[in-house]
Unconditional design. Structure first.
Length: 278
């Protein structure tokens, strides 16, 4: 991606080196840990890992600061992430204005290891996630290293896609889509709720493509190979791909994010059309 000279977003909260307290702001106790597990489930993480990491640590709600010195590579990723967030601000502000709406950007929270969000406690195993309670996108930058090492998904536009996808959930929140979907999901069977979850995730993929379409028109940001990087990443985080990789087979009724084909198609549709509303 061509990002030289691009501004960095000021909607940024650097919590690296601050460890999330073992409890949660909203009540603490096992109920709060369950919320953390929901975050993991909705973000494609492993809720069991969240439970295990929070077991026996359910009372304290404090945070502490440790000595933390990010590497040069991590600082480059932090700068990159702030530039991508700034790009989403520019694009979505324009697209919302065209619909007579006001865009309020999310805050990007960078953390290391664990973090306390408005939706509860989370760890790096949760993966990047959006919390509507505090309208923030949370990312442990080590995720991008893991993404490359475990999935072979690499490249700056692949990383940008991850951020833009989470911002896509913020767009859904501002439009009322997210709350409506979660309300309906609470009254459904797990299998039916999963279908709504898939629809939300595919729309966030589409919105990531819409952002990239308009960011490229505004700034000429895309280079040869960028789109292929993002499509490859989308394919490698499909539910069917991940389940087959982990256990040798897939269980369609358990899908919460969509298949590889669905995710790459949604991203490609947004990239090609740039249409908003969808």
């Amino acid at each position: 991606m061509r990002l030289n000279g691009r501004r960095q977003s000021s909607n940024f909260d650097d919590r690296r080196g601050r460890r999330g307290g073992s409890g949660l702001k909203i009540g603490g106790g096992i109920g709060a840990v369950i919320i953390a597990c929901i975050i993991a489930w909705m973000s494609g993480g492993n809720p069991l890992e969240v439970l295990m990491q929070n077991s026996g640590q359910l009372t304290s709600g404090s945070q502490y600061t440790s000595t933390y010195t990010p590497s040069a590579q991590e600082e480059q990723l932090a700068t990159f992430s702030r530039q991508i967030l700034a790009g989403t601000e520019d694009v979505w502000t324009k697209l919302f204005a065209q619909q007579g709406l006001r865009y309020e950007p999310p805050t990007l929270v960078l953390y290391s290891g664990a973090v306390q969000s408005g939706c509860g406690n989370a760890t790096s195993q949760t993966g990047p996630f959006y919390c509507s309670a505090d309208q923030s996108v949370y990312i442990d930058l080590s995720f991008f290293t893991d993404m490359k090492r475990t999935l072979g998904a690499d490249g700056d536009f692949a990383y940008a896609y991850v951020i833009a996808h989470e911002v896509g959930h913020h767009v859904q929140y501002l439009l009322g889509t997210l709350d409506d979907a979660h309300s309906r999901m609470s009254r459904m069977s797990e299998a039916e709720a999963n279908k709504i979850s898939v629809a939300l995730e595919l729309q966030a993929d589409y919105y990531a493509g819409v952002w990239a379409h308009h960011d490229n028109k505004m700034f000429g940001s895309l280079e040869d190979g960028d789109i292929e990087e993002a499509i490859d990443a989308a394919q490698k985080i499909g539910d069917d791909y991940l389940q087959k990789r982990a256990q040798g087979y897939s269980v369609p009724d358990s899908f919460t994010h969509g298949t590889s084909a669905q995710r790459s198609s949604a991203l490609r549709d947004g990239l090609s059309s740039g249409r908003f509303p969808q």
